[in-house]
Write a protein that binds this ligand. Structure first.
Ligand SMILES: [Zn+2]
Length: 236
């Protein structure tokens, strides 16, 4: 396929191709955990869903599943496409939640901990669920913007709503919170079960992966780091 399709003569060009060409023209990345909302025009997400449903039907056909006579799988292709595009991976396709930032009028400068926030994602290796919890520690200064507690959950949901790699997900979320609030320090701990290790692979139901990101004063001050870690009530 040639890379420079004329923009108006797009009859028959799959919408995924059009979106991909725009992303490439802007020299942006489109890995599984990248957000590509700015390249999707109004109405195109529905067309993308149709395209994914069609391809999912091809997967079911290739798996030799009789979707014509098996009423259980008759609409599976479309259900899976909808689940990917509109639900579990929606964080790739929509713009980030609007977060109102308030100036730190109270001049809060004490360690603030938010969590546990339940997070749901899927690993980009197997598209298997990753379910876990996140704790966020914020060390504000007088210039730090304050955002409502529920907003941390909305930001986390947007980042996790993509095929993710836990190590990259925590960094993406830390970058986003950093950008929105500009704190002196930011700490993030994520603990999650990876169903690709429970359902398949080693089939270990109990293993959890823990990742942390420490920024600013949390990096420099071991006491603050210890205080944060001692205050988050993780299960053994
Ligand atoms: Zn996996």
């Amino acid at each position: 396929m040639t890379s420079a399709a004329p923009p108006d003569d797009d009859h028959g060009v799959p919408v995924s191709v059009k979106i991909r060409e725009r992303v490439k023209a802007a020299r942006q990345r489109f890995h599984s955990n990248d957000n590509i909302a700015e390249f999707i025009q109004p109405g195109e997400l529905e067309k993308l869903l149709d395209e994914v449903a069609e391809k999912m039907q091809g997967v079911l056909d290739a798996m030799v599943i009789d979707t014509e006579n098996d009423h259980n799988t008759a609409d599976t292709a479309r259900r899976v496409a909808k689940m990917y595009i509109k639900e579990v991976f929606n964080g790739r396709y929509v713009k980030g939640p609007s977060v109102t930032e308030f100036p730190n009028a109270e001049h809060l400068n004490e360690l603030m901990i938010v969590g546990p926030i339940t997070v749901r994602s899927a690993c980009s290796h197997h598209f298997c669920p990753v379910i876990g919890k996140i704790w966020i520690g914020v060390m504000p200064n007088e210039h730090t913007n304050v955002i409502g507690l529920s907003k941390y959950a909305r930001l986390a949901e947007w980042i996790m709503g993509r095929p993710q790699i836990q190590e990259e997900a925590v960094v993406q979320l830390a970058d986003l919170i950093q950008e929105k609030t500009q704190p002196d320090g930011l700490a993030l701990v994520m603990e999650a079960s990876h169903y690709c290790m429970a359902w398949r692979g080693v089939k270990d139901m109990n293993s959890k992966m823990i990742n942390s990101v420490m920024r600013g004063v949390f990096l420099k001050d071991p006491n603050l780091r210890r205080e944060f870690l001692s205050l988050i009530p993780r299960q053994p």
